[in-house]
Design a protein around this ligand. Sequence first.
Ligand SMILES: [Zn+2]
Length: 203
Amino acid sequence: MVLVVSPHVTIRAIRLFGDPVLRSKADEVREFDKSLRQLVDDMTETMLEAPGQGLAAPQIGVPLRVFTYHVDEIGVGHVINPVLELSTESEVDIEGCLSIPGLTFDVQRPISAKLKGQNAEGEALEIEASELLARVFQHEVDHLDGVLYLQRLTKELRKEAMSQIRQAEWFGMPDTFTAGITSSEPKPKDSSDSVSPKAAELA
Ligand SMILES: [Zn+2]
């Protein structure tokens, strides 16, 4: 399901917890072409519309190492093929995920990070990030490695998260959660589908 907001930009459906694309490692980008710039434009618009502070390409079903971010005071940006260098010092702060809507939990992460990567033109970039921006970078790079923030929670919080997810109204539904837009009919919730083994694995 897509929503065309201008002739050139498309808001894409955000994949939800349970979708296998969220558990797969994304591929390096090798072609810095027009379709990559289109992907970045669509991801930026989809992130702002949601709204979210970051969006990784697998979250719209594209298995490429691309993410966008939007943090107040820093602005909007994107990174292709990101690599992170993390500080040893860490802090706990609250986190959520567009692919796990409605839930937030405390997550411990390194407090700062140096990010290296490229822009959509293929030019090298380097960003020193701390606090929220560093957290967003880590959350998004995790997505590119098929890791959800649930896997970063303490054992107790992960149990709590899984129980909240099972009760969430979107759980077991197909992809779409785009600012209240829903598409196709709900999947029959017979619990024998691929969601349950994943849930068990995380719990
Ligand atoms: Zn996320």
